[in-house]
Structures are given as structure tokens and as C-alpha cells.
Design a binder for this molecule. Structure first.
Ligand SMILES: Nc1ncnc2c1ncn2[C@@H]1O[C@H](COP(=O)(O)OP(=O)(O)OP(=O)(O)O)[C@@H](O)[C@H]1O
Ligand SMILES: [Mg+2]
Length: 271
């Protein structure tokens, strides 16, 4: 298989392979024995209730936290994500939920923050050209790259943060709740952006509480509950199955309500 840039995508070997990853914070077990594989050109959604361990897992892969036990292999080789910046060196980029953009700086400055193109001087023209090219490749709707970020919409900010994560040509991009604060049209734009990143042959890990978004964009849905993996689903899984994995019970108020609603819909009764 070949991606949009013509580079070969290895479908046989996962880019990332997590084996028995556990993480404790003192007495709290945030993650227990997580096995997970991420392949090139696929979107994996991490879902689960508050405190399920999603952000902790992303932070381990972003080399923010060290796992208490377990191993991470990158392209078949075991790696130590043991210092800040290690993840980026391996090509694992993260867009954290707060985006960490500088409001008063323009789009170009935000894209290159921390990795200005030439080490000895800021080459404004080269950076502007690179910014435009990247945003165009992503078909991103940014009116001007010289606009301060403060004047952009939530969706445009998310786009800038995602574009910034792509500057160092990563192989994996992790997005923590990229659509949480967005309206319908902006959400659709960010989901389109994720699809274009997948088409470039990257592996994408997305955390979301929104099942509609997850179904729209994910190839696989990985459910965490109390730090354990309680199921891996395809997007055609029923709400009931997903809710059961997320809440840990098939018979609870939420799943009964979902089931009742779908029965009513089948019978043509309005809920
Ligand atoms: N730095 C920390 N110190 C102590 N405990 C932590 C720390 N980070 C996370 N935890 C605990 O680990 C567990 C998992 O938290 P995590 O933030 O990974 O959940 P989450 O799935 O991202 O939840 P949410 O949907 O609310 O963001 C929780 O019990 C949390 O309190
Ligand atoms: Mg979280």
C-alpha cells in the first residue's frame, strides 16, 4: 500500500506496540496491563469514562509519564520513552487538550514555536511558505497565516495545533479531545483533517467522549474502564456494546435507556 506522498505503508508491522503497560500513581492504579497496537494509516479512538486512564496512556506515549511496568515498541524495537522529547524524536506527536498556542502570536509563529526553521536566524519567508504549504496540504481553512491566533475560531485553533504537530513529520499523532469545545461545522472540519492525516499514512490516536465523532472517524475503538482495556470494537459496534464496555455492565440505566430507545425507533414510536 502507498500513501498520498507515495511512501510505502507497512501494514504488517504496527508502528507502535504496547505490551502489558501499567501505571500507578501511589496507591492509584491508573492503567493495568494495557496491550495496544497502532498501525500506519489508521485512526484508533480511545474512549472511556472520566478517570478511565485515557490521558495517562497518551502521556506515557508522549514521554510525559514513565510506565510502572510494561514495554513500548516503536517499529518493532523496544524503546524507552524516559525523558521529555523522546517521543517526538521517535515521531510520536501530541496535541494536548489545552493546545498550548500563544494567543498574541500569528499562525506562522505558533506553527514554528520552539522549532524555528533555521537555527541561527528566523527565516520568516521560508517559515511562511512552509506554513502555507502545510495548511494547504491539509485543506485547512485559515484566512491568513499572519492573523494572530486570538482572532481564530476554536476549530481553526485546533487546526493550527494539529498542523504544528505535523511539522516534524511524525508517524503517530495523538489528539486529546480535539472536538470537545467545537460546534457542528467546526467538528466536521477537524474530523476531515483527521481523515487527511490518516491518508498521509500516519497512525492517529484520538481521545473523545463523543461517540458520534468516534464512529465517524475511527477504524478501531478501544475502550478503557478503570485503567483496563474492556473491549476493542469496529465503528459498527452497537451503542449497547460500547456502553457496556465503558460502564462495565450490560444491565444498567444507561444501556437500558439506549436499548429502549432503539426498540422504540424500530417500532416507529417516538421516544
Ligand atoms: N498525576 C497524577 N497523579 C495522581 N493520580 C493521577 C495523575 N494523573 C492521573 N491520575 C489518576 O489516574 C486515573 C486515570 O486518570 P486519567 O486522567 O488518565 O483519566 P482520563 O480517562 O483521561 O479521564 P478524563 O476523561 O476525565 O480526562 C484517575 O484515577 C486519576 O485520578
Ligand atoms: Mg483525560
Amino acid at each position: 500500500m502507498v500513501n498520498e506522498q507515495g511512501a510505502a505503508i507497512d501494514k504488517a508491522q504496527p508502528i507502535l506496540q504496547l505490551s502489558k503497560i501499567s501505571k500507578s500513581f501511589g496507591a492509584v492504579s491508573a492503567l493495568t496491563d494495557i496491550d495496544l497496537e497502532i498501525y500506519a494509516g489508521e485512526v484508533v479512538a480511545l474512549v472511556g469514562d472520566n478517570g478511565a486512564g485515557k490521558s495517562t496512556l497518551v502521556k506515557i506515549l508522549a514521554s510525559v509519564h514513565l510506565p510502572t511496568s510494561g514495554t513500548v515498541a516503536f517499529e518493532g524495537r523496544e524503546v524507552n520513552l524516559d525523558s521529555p522529547g523522546k517521543a517526538l524524536e521517535y515521531g510520536i506527536a501530541t496535541v494536548f487538550q489545552d493546545l498550548a498556542l500563544c494567543e498574541n502570536l500569528d499562525v506562522v509563529a505558533n506553527l514554528f514555536l520552539g522549532h524555528e526553521i533555521s537555527a541561527w536566524q528566523l527565516d520568516e519567508i521560508a517559515m511562511e511558505v512552509r506554513a502555507w504549504t502545510l495548511l494547504q496540504e491539509l485543506a485547512a481553512r485559515i484566512p491568513s497565516v499572519r492573523e494572530p491566533v486570538a482572532s481564530l475560531s476554536g476549530g481553526q485553533r485546533q487546526t493550527v495545533a494539529i498542523a504544528r504537530s505535523l511539522l516534524l513529520n511524525p508517524k503517530i499523532v495523538m489528539l486529546d479531545e480535539p472536538t470537545a469545545a467545537l460546534g457542528v461545522a467546526q467538528t466536521a472540519e477537524v474530523l476531515n483533517l483527521i481523515e487527511r492525516i490518516r491518508a498521509r499514512g500516519l497512525g492517529v490516536i484520538i481521545i473523545s467522549h463523543n461517540m458520534e465523532d468516534v464512529r465517524a472517524v475511527a477504524d478501531r475503538i478501544v475502550v478503557l474502564r478503570l485503567g483496563r482495556n474492556t473491549g476493542i470494537f469496529t465503528p459498527d459496534a452497537s451503542n449497547q456494546e460500547l456502553v457496556a464496555a465503558i460502564t462495565g455492565a450490560t444491565e444498567n440505566a444507561v444501556s437500558r435507556r439506549v436499548e429502549r430507545k432503539s426498540q422504540q425507533n424500530q417500532r416507529g414510536v417516538s421516544p
